[in-house]
Design a protein around this ligand. Structure first.
Ligand code: ZN
Length: 147
């Protein structure tokens, strides 16, 4: 399993150093901000939602390697997905990182965060961008805080 762990770590490192979709999205029709005071992670999620489908998604922010990689991989995973698919993925992802099982095979690359469940403090880093995304979907005006 250690080979697999190394592979996971490599994906996380790659996405934290070269985050994908890391810019503002001028055509976004939804956005929300999230903050994880425990770690200092801050993120803004931009979403272009049309007919219940994520047409485009991006993020901006600063944070630790886990939060940045999570945001990068999430935006990659959600393009073209319906809101229902997004919610199902969030459920699986949340189960995975909190160590409640879930169905990693549904998660594709997002399964690299599997090891986070061993570090409870890091769970908030990994899920911050997802909670922020949910706020954007619900058009919540207030910034999300994990505390
Ligand atoms: Zn963090």
């Amino acid at each position: 399993m250690s080979y697999l762990n190394d592979l996971y770590q490599e994906v996380i490192l790659d996405h934290s150093k070269n985050p994908r979709n890391c810019s503002a999205l001028p055509e976004a029709n939804r956005q929300a901000e999230g903050y994880n005071p425990l770690c200092g992670d801050k993120v803004t999620v931009y979403l272009k939602l049309e007919d219940g489908i994520v047409q485009d998604i991006s993020f901006e922010g600063v944070g630790c390697a886990i939060s940045t990689a999570s945001a990068s991989l999430m935006t990659e995973a959600l393009k073209g997905k319906s809101v229902m698919e997004v919610e199902a993925l969030f459920g699986s992802f949340h189960s995975l990182v909190t160590g409640k099982g879930g169905e990693p095979e549904q998660l594709g690359k997002l399964a690299v965060f599997h090891g986070v469940s061993e570090f409870p403090v890091r769970v908030k880093c990994a899920t911050l961008v997802w909670h922020t995304l949910k706020a954007a979907l619900k058009e919540k005006q207030q910034a999300v805080s994990t505390e």
